[in-house]
Design a protein around this ligand. Sequence first.
Ligand SMILES: Nc1ncnc2c1ncn2[C@@H]1O[C@H](COP(=O)(O)OP(=O)(O)OP(=O)(O)O)[C@@H](O)[C@H]1O
Length: 680
Amino acid sequence: MSDDMLLHFSSNSSNQSDQSLPAKMAKLEARMVGKTSSTQPPAQSQSTRTSSVSHAVKFVASENLIEPTTSSDSDDGTGDGFLIQANTRKRQKLQEANDSSLPERVEAVEDGKQSVVDSIETKKNVDVNRKKQGRGRGQSLSSRGRGSRVNDQMKSQISLSTILPTNGQLDSYLKDGMSKEQLRIDNRSPMEEELVSLRAKVASLEEDLQKSRQASSEYQNLYHELEKELKEIKEYEHQMKPKRTKVLSDLLISVSKAERQEARMKVRQDSLRLGNVGVIRAGTVISETWEDGQALKDLNAHLKQLLETKEAIERQRKFLKKRQSDKGDGTDTESGAQEEDSFIQDEIYKSRLASIKREEETILRERDRYEIDKGRLIREMKRIRDEEGSRFNNFQILNYRFALLNLLGKGGFSEVYKAYDLVEHRYVACKLHGLNAQWSEEKKQSYIRHAIREYNIHKTLVHSHIVRLWDIFEIDQNTFCTVLEYCSGKDLDAVLKSTPILPEKEARIIIVQIFHGLVYLNKRTQKIIHYDLKPGNVLFDELGVAKLTDFGLSKIVEDDVGSQGMELTSQGAGTYWYLPPECFELSKTPLISSKVDVWSAGVLLYQMLFGRRPFGHDQTQERILREDTIIKARKVDFPTRPAVSNEAKDFIRRCLTYSQAERPDVLTIAQDPYLTYSKK
Ligand SMILES: Nc1ncnc2c1ncn2[C@@H]1O[C@H](COP(=O)(O)OP(=O)(O)OP(=O)(O)O)[C@@H](O)[C@H]1O
């Protein structure tokens, strides 16, 4: 119902209160006779409805017989005449009993009036609320939904009340106990009912929509609040970042300083035991020499003493033998007793010699251990000296990101520092490539080209058995840095220096990992030959996972390469103990393939198992070249000790196949049973 209608409704109710009841009833009856059925089509115009409503309201208000909210409606169209007649009769009866029942009726009328007023008040409130809601979206839709429903109910009631029977008839119905609701339902057309139900649905949907809108607005508010909070956190984070970085790098520095101190203290302690570098002056020439420590001196002294004892016993034995031969012409009884004495004496000497031998062996084993410790000490001393001489030793932060800590080691042209990545928050290894200031510009450029080439190859390699290369950047005109995955374990070279012979199980799992890395290099679209496989280029992480590194000499195998391989352009580079014979070919440019890496891996396995390299172990690089050691390496020999499985030996023989054509390539040998672990 519109607001206008309500106004009309309320004004009529007051205006008509003075009309005489009988005259009004008559009027209404006449109208009812002439009116159309309540099944008026829903398409009926709103204005017609409104006028009907206003009449109905007039009727309700003036007669005060029914409550608008529960008022019944008319019968169906066919019953109109009967109802009117019945009503007329009813009215006559009523008039007869008029005066006697008037006080109760007045009361009923008063009650009805009050109900209508209440209903109108409710309606007004609802509509006022709805208007408010219409003005401001912030208000709850549920109240608007309720308002709409009440509105719809009112509309339907009012439109139906246009076809209500006269008040007499209605009174009679009420008296007969027929519910007003029943009347209302009976008088509804199906379309009207559908309309009502659709309106109810619309109202409920509107209510849902409003709820959703409200929820959405609440979420939006929450979102804005969170966004604000996030912004604040980010700002705070931004402000705190330099402070945090400072605290972090200070911590890292103090830990590194403590490590440096500890390393130096250990070197001092070990030096007492194992030895130190001394300085010898020969005229104006000053040179360095190694002086053994007390433990080694004691061991050597012990060995010397054992040797002296051994020599003394040997001398006594000789003397005893000589005496025996000199007294050979004595009496039988006499010579028999002397012979027995000499025999016993000799047995004593022999027994003593055997025990000296055992002692010697123990001391020699101990000395070997000391020698290994001595080697480690010398390397550590060198590292400390290199660190002290390095221009990067004062904890610089490179590229605003990499906090340099302690020196890991120094290579030919580079220093490798342990560093901390302040962005990714992980340890890395920063390899600082220094160009020699004395080099010609051409040589510097060539070195840089070489390093960039290595970087370009290495950066694309992502495999668990290959050291990751994270970054490259320039430090100054003569220095640049490559950032590598940090491997906190030793490299294989350091491992073999402290334990020259590895148990076969350990050696096998290392070679298996190396081959996993090699297979990866050979399964890429752009195949790569590492070309510099050697113990120093196999690193271990803290869990003992082996990783290949140093792709400085690597070769990219071009697509159009023939089955024999590609041309070796950098002949002479690499470490000769680990390179195959074809790399030493001088008559023509050698063709190389992944078979180079297979040979190197074979040498590595041999060295891990037997503690020495198969070819030219004791030779220098220069001598290997001069004596054609590798060119002559046609057959591999295995020492009798330590005992190694035949499978391992067969695998090594396959890797060290002299003929390049017959040697399997990486992908072929990767199928070898020695490299596969199958459950038995
Ligand atoms: N990614 C890394 N993680 C941990 N230590 C590393 C890493 N890379 C190299 N190192 C260590 O740094 C030291 C120097 O390495 P570098 O590769 O420069 O030396 P090299 O291989 O002996 O020399 P060159 O490359 O000239 O042959 C070695 O002891 C090596 O173990």
